[in-house]
Design a protein around this ligand. Sequence first.
Ligand SMILES: [Zn+2]
Length: 260
Amino acid sequence: MSADEFQKKEGYFIQGLWYPRVTSICQIKNKPALYYFYAQAENYEEADLKKNQAAAEGTMIHHILEKIIIGDGFVVPEQYLGIKKAFDDFIKNHAFHSRKEWLERRVKHSNHRYSGTFDILAEVDGELAIVDLKSSASIYRDYRLQTAAYLSAVNEEPWLLDENGNKYLIPNEVTKRYVLRINQKRICEKCGVTMKLRSMGNKIEANKNSNGCQHGWGEILGEWELKEFDQPEVDFQAFINAKGLWEWENQEILGRIGYL
Ligand SMILES: [Zn+2]
């Protein structure tokens, strides 16, 4: 890989200086669940296709949630109505306030030299928080690393930059970090079994009561889970350790581009 390709793929230039990206750094960590996913598939190509479909769906769900948060009379496409229902239910249960300038913002940590793009800065139940959106089937412990990295970066330099380089001051210290998992589902009106809706293939939960049922699926519903991560210092140290390993792995090319 050329130095240019590497810099483009693995990081961002901010004000002329190159910073490796949080998500690239976190890739250095082994992900056993991913091996399991590949091993379950028919073949490698099928697994890869599903993985890409899941990523594309994740991007779409991010996009829709951002539009919902901004408002502007956005009409949610029919096949994503469950996302809207889930979010509506979430804000019934939690005081949530965000704004356009707080969505999908790039942050950098000058001291530890990395950058990343978080999903949402918001006040959740009265406290400023980084909220990472996920449409995965569950909330993985790995998400601790990236959310700790974003949290530390927003508190190191308390402003956000938009695409045009405008600065938005963050009013207070950001104290919390969450993952907000949002999924869509349908429930069989005959046997009550749940089907999770995923672009990579809908998944019907195992249930002995549904043996032989000719399912009759109800309307699209949403489900959500808000998970707070404690111990940000512990996770941040783990992220910095991962970054050290990532630097070692890429030692040669990082030397060539003048990073190390
Ligand atoms: Zn059924």
